[in-house]
Write a protein that binds this ligand. Structure first.
Ligand SMILES: NC(=O)c1ccc[n+]([C@@H]2O[C@H](COP(=O)([O-])OP(=O)(O)OC[C@H]3O[C@@H](n4cnc5c(N)ncnc54)[C@H](OP(=O)(O)O)[C@@H]3O)[C@@H](O)[C@H]2O)c1
Length: 320
């Protein structure tokens, strides 16, 4: 495992982290009502222990995953094995509201403070290492977000802060008013979902990739020493691209590279992200301990520049 540091912290963050969105899933009960069903505490314990034993210490969750169920399951494992808490860098998110009234985003100060108290209770801990705002709320007041972050830092409830799915300007606007630094930015990013790269190679062209999908967030993070976290690293537009016939060309290139490096496709998917010089932190979302082990093989080799581009263009992306 490689570890990365962030400005102003002595903590060592594992470069690959484990996401826990999929330790629960949505189902319908006998009456057709939506319910959330979680993995067993034992299964989650095994997943977390496998990750920690392999050197993954960043564990990502969110209050909205299963309406708190993901946090609750992690909390139950912490209550059962309290020694694990100190080994984890626990990251959660808030700001997505889903109630019987509907779906909305809320980045108001009171709502953020309330969410953190609820997350602490579910996680059965007295501090959260990293809090991310999950989605940009168009009605946000950057001063309120700044006040919420400062209060949470001062009370020791949260140590570090970040945003997810935010543009550079939205991030900068919060930072303008906030005395605590925004040190993480989480975005969807994979070989098959590479808008942050597409907009760079297609700048000033007429092809559809030339429009500013992510408004330069990748280089904004590099310029401002913000650690970029990549989620859905094995996903295309419709499920995983690994062994998916919809991504035949990509899988052929991956097959060749698996043979050359004597590895597996999870590792190739991660090696593509790790090759980028921005020191991106991929978040893997597997619930299968074997896939965690497979993923970490990404550190055993480095793709050549040409191989990196071959994987990119195998998703039908142009190099103008
Ligand atoms: N900020 C945001 O808005 C946001 C949005 C989405 C996710 N996230 C975070 O990012 C984390 C990761 O996202 P993700 O779950 O989409 O990541 P992912 O690693 O791209 O996807 C995991 C899924 O791919 C499957 N998979 C992995 N390797 C496979 C293989 N070799 N063959 C077949 N299927 C394979 C996994 O199945 P198995 O379990 O069987 O391995 C699992 O269903 C989440 O847990 C969450 O913490 C954040």
């Amino acid at each position: 495992m490689k570890y990365i540091t962030i400005p102003g912290s002595s903590l060592k963050f594992s470069q690959i982290s484990l996401g826990t969105m999929r330790i629960q899933r949505k189902e319908k009960d006998a009456n057709g009502n939506k319910i959330y069903v979680g993995k067993s505490v034992e299964e989650v314990e095994l997943l977390l222990k496998t990750a920690l034993d392999l050197g993954i210490n960043v564990i990502d969750t969110a209050d909205i995953y299963g309406h708190g169920l993901s946090e609750e399951l992690i909390g139950k494992v912490i209550a059962k094995c309290p020694e694990l808490r100190k080994k984890m860098i626990l990251q959660t998110k808030c700001g997505v509201v889903s109630t019987s009234e509907g779906l909305c985003y809320d980045a108001s100060k009171d709502y953020i403070l309330k969410c953190v108290d609820e997350s602490l209770e579910r996680l059965q801990t007295n501090y959260i290492d990293v809090l991310l705002l999950h989605k940009p709320d168009p009605l946000y007041d950057p001063k309120q977000i700044a006040e919420a972050f400062e209060t949470l830092r001062a009370t020791g409830k949260v140590l570090y802060f970040g945003v997810s799915n935010f543009t550079p300007v939205q991030t900068a606007l919060i930072q303008k008013y906030c005395s605590v630094p925004i040190v993480f930015s989480q975005m969807q990013f994979s070989i098959a979902h590479s808008l942050m790269i597409d907009e760079q190679v297609s700048v000033n062209t007429n092809n559809i990739h030339g429009t500013p999908f992510t408004s330069g967030i990748l280089d904004y993070c590099r310029y401002n020493d913000i650690c970029l976290q990549a989620y859905s690293v094995a996903q295309g537009t419709n499920g995983t691209f690994i062994n998916n016939p919809e991504y035949e060309k990509l899988n052929k290139v991956m097959d060749t590279l698996c043979e050359k490096y004597n590895t597996n496709k999870n590792a190739i998917a991660l090696a593509w992200i790790l090759k980028h010089p921005a020191n991106i932190m991929p978040i893997i979302g597997t619930t299968n301990p074997a896939h965690i082990k497979d993923s970490l093989e990404a550190f055993n080799f480095e793709l050549t520049r040409q191989e990196w581009y071959d994987l990119y263009t195998a998703c039908d992306k142009p190099l103008p």
